[in-house]
Design a protein around this ligand. Structure first.
Ligand code: HEC
Length: 152
C-alpha cells in the first residue's frame, strides 16, 4: 500500500514536471522557431547544392521540399505576440509581423504553395525545372524576410 501511494505520488510529480515543460516561455519559442527556420534553411541549402550540380542527389529534392512544406505549415504558429525584437534582442522578428498578421500568414502560405510545387517538379528529376522552381521558392523566403525580418 505504501509503495502504491509512493508510485502515485511519483506519477503526479512527473506529470507536473511535464506540465511545467509545456509552458512556452517567449525566449524558448524564439529559440525553437529559429531552429525550425534553420531546418528550412538546411533543406533549401541542400536543394541548392543539387541544382548547382555539386552533388548528384536529385532524387533527394522531393524529400527536402516535403520538409520545407511541413515546416511552412507551422511557421505562423511560431510567432505569438510579444516575441518581436522590440521585446527580445535575440530575435530578428520585426514588430511589423503583428501590425497585420494576416500578411505574415499569407507569406507563410506562399512558402507552403511553392514548396508543394517543388515536390511535384522534383518528381520529374529535371534539374532545369527544379532550378526554376528553386527561384520561386527563394522568392517566397525573400519576400517574407524583406518585410518581416531585421536585416543584419
Ligand atoms: C513567413 C515568413 C518567412 C518565410 C516564408 C521564411 N522565413 Fe526565414 N525567417 C523569418 C523570420 C521572421 C526570421 C527571424 C526569426 C527570429 O529571429 O526569431 C527568419 C529567420 C531565418 C533564418 C535564420 C535563423 C536564425 O538562426 O535566426 C534562416 C536561415 C531562414 N530564415 C531561412 C529561410 C529560408 C531558406 C526560407 C525559404 C525556403 C525562409 N526562411 C522563409 C521569416 C520567414
Amino acid at each position: 500500500m505504501k509503495i502504491s501511494i509512493l508510485t502515485v505520488a511519483t506519477v503526479l510529480v512527473l506529470g507536473l514536471g511535464a506540465q511545467a515543460q509545456a509552458v512556452d516561455e517567449p525566449e524558448n519559442v524564439i529559440k525553437y522557431r529559429q531552429s525550425v527556420m534553420k531546418a528550412i534553411g538546411g533543406h533549401t541549402g541542400a536543394i541548392v547544392g543539387v541544382v548547382k550540380g555539386e552533388v548528384s542527389y536529385v532524387d533527394h529534392v522531393a524529400a527536402h521540399a516535403r520538409g520545407i512544406n511541413e515546416m511552412s505549415k507551422l511557421l505562423a504558429g511560431l510567432f505569438p505576440e510579444g516575441t518581436s525584437q522590440f521585446e527580445f534582442p535575440n530575435t530578428r522578428a520585426l514588430p511589423e509581423i503583428w501590425d497585420d498578421f494576416s500578411k505574415f500568414e499569407a507569406a507563410a502560405k506562399a512558402l507552403e504553395v511553392e514548396s508543394a510545387k517543388m515536390v511535384e517538379v522534383a518528381a520529374s528529376g529535371d534539374l532545369g525545372a527544379i532550378g526554376g522552381q528553386l527561384q520561386n521558392l527563394g522568392k517566397a523566403c525573400g519576400s517574407c524576410h524583406k518585410s518581416f525580418r531585421q536585416k543584419k
